[in-house]
Design a protein around this ligand. Structure first.
Ligand code: HEC
Length: 108
């Protein structure tokens, strides 16, 4: 009985971790992709119009640390109002997950 419980517990923990990974990708698709594109290159109508940086570029990735990325997502961009503040719409966890997700967009 005891080991069954342990198994169940570890299965549900795995499910939680998995769900969080999915959430960042889902959040990106739901809230960010329309401007930044699924690949983060900004090759969308809005992205081209506003000349949004290509977030997949290694040069962009190395020029921005996690704190700076988090800042712009949480507070919006001071340079362009189209990039809104998301701190009231997303939890701290979701913001952190999005920073990590932005890192996965890097292409060599
Ligand atoms: C309505 C269009 C729009 C949406 C939706 C949007 N962004 Fe942006 N985003 C922009 C624009 C425009 C900029 C460029 C701001 C600037 O030049 O400072 C930007 C900039 C950024 C930057 C910084 C880029 C840089 O070069 O400094 C990050 C990171 C970012 N967005 C992440 C996100 C995330 C994460 C989401 C979803 C939660 C999101 N954006 C949703 C339009 C958008």
């Amino acid at each position: 009985m005891k080991s069954r419980f342990a198994l169940l517990l570890s299965l549900s923990l795995a499910a939680v971790v998995h769900a969080e990974e999915e959430t960042a990708a889902e959040t990106w698709t739901a809230k960010c992709k329309s401007c930044h594109g699924g690949d983060g290159k900004g090759q969308t109508q809005m992205g081209k119009k506003e000349a949004i940086d290509d977030l997949s570029l290694p040069s962009w990735q190395s020029a921005h640390d996690d704190a700076a990325i988090r800042q712009v997502i949480a507070e919006g961009s001071p340079k362009n109002k189209k990039m809104k503040a998301y701190k009231d719409k997303l939890s701290d966890k979701q913001l952190d997950a999005l920073v990590a997700y932005v890192r996965t967009l890097k292409k060599g």
